[in-house]
Design a protein around this ligand. Structure first.
Ligand SMILES: [Zn+2]
Length: 324
């Protein structure tokens, strides 16, 4: 059986967020701020995965500082609190979801189906906010301590906004529909080129690292800035100086699923290891898994490889910024 690298120590534990349960839109853990002045609808989403605490840290920080809206609206949501509440430090990866991955249900087929899972029912509650957002920002973290990354669909509007956000300096782009079931940041208008609504996801670092919360706050401010819905001075007061250098871009080619419970990587991996075309990445049943091209980076490998579930994302490191 594949043995993944050990997880780092747990530096951050779940906060009691029950005080934020009662929102102002009639849906638990959803808060919406509206300005009298017209402007874009922006949504910041935390806890899409129940054990990814940095989004909780960022939203708790924003609530504590106070939201100073200048125009438009800002919706703040904690998505999968049901999973978050099951966190057990002895099994820290087990609280990612309750019934199924919340970030793999964002398609009309699933949302309109008879699926009665905790996650699909919750997704139906958040749907109208995601569907109407002009800017949607989804805060995540990774199993292993790898560099933070922005992830977005390869659409002109998203590429432009991501270049403005710039940091974290690793960008992962996708031509879309790579994850079976559908991801939130590509849902509806966000994933289409016929409108200006933009969805971006950030992976802030390791799930339980204190530094991931700081990355979440900084990237959230960088995302909010161009929409201009919250006070400029507030953003300027809290934004750290730019890190020098340009960002590096990877393009997702495919998301591999394990075919057997005996699937394994060629060695313990954490993410961003690169392989040359034809190199063996891992094994699955009788088959070798080989890199389909040069500069093939493996992104977010799973710690536990289970038949039928996602194993790893393969991406090509590009020379420079992408053109759409
Ligand atoms: Zn996640």
């Amino acid at each position: 059986m594949y043995v993944a690298p050990p997880l780092p120590p747990i530096e951050v534990l779940p906060l009691d967020i029950s005080g934020l349960k009662r929102g102002n839109v009639g849906i638990d853990y959803v808060h919406r701020f509206e300005s009298a002045h017209p402007g874009p609808s922006v949504m910041i989403n935390a806890l899409t995965h129940g054990n990814e605490f940095c989004g909780m840290t960022a939203l708790a920080w924003l609530f504590e500082k106070g939201v100073h809206l200048t125009c438009g609206s800002l919706t703040l949501s904690f998505a999968n609190v049901a999973a978050y509440e099951t966190f057990d430090p002895a099994k820290p990866l087990a609280s990612r979801f309750v019934d199924r991955d919340f970030n793999r249900v964002w398609s009309r087929e699933i949302l309109d189906s008879a699926d009665n899972s905790v996650e699909v029912r919750r997704a139906r509650e958040l749907r109208k906010f995601v569907e109407t957002a002009d800017g949607f920002f989804d805060i995540h973290s990774t199993t292993f301590p790898v560099r933070p990354m922005l992830i977005y669909k390869l659409l002109e509007k998203s590429v432009q906004l991501a270049a403005t956000i710039r940091e974290p300096l690793t960008h992962i782009v996708s031509t879309g529909s790579k994850h079976e079931g559908g991801v939130m940041y590509e849902f509806g208008r966000l994933g289409r080129s016929d409108n200006s609504a933009i969805g971006i996801l950030v992976e802030c670092g390791q799930h339980f690292a204190a530094s991931s919360g700081r990355v979440a706050i900084q990237t959230m401010l960088r995302f909010l800035k161009p929409f201009d819905v919250i006070d400029k001075e507030f953003i300027a007061a809290h934004l750290e100086p730019d890190v020098p250098g340009d960002f590096v871009v990877y393009e997702i080619s495919e998301v591999l699923k394990a075919k057997t419970n005996e699937a394994s990587f060629v060695r313990p991996v954490q993410g961003f290891e690169e392989f040359r075309e034809g190199d063996v990445i891992g094994f699955d049943g009788e088959q070798d898994i080989r890199a389909p091209f040069d500069r093939c980076a493996i992104i977010m490998p799973k710690a536990q490889l289970i038949a039928g579930r996602e194993m790893v994302t393969l991406a090509r490191r590009l020379d420079s910024r992408v053109n759409t």
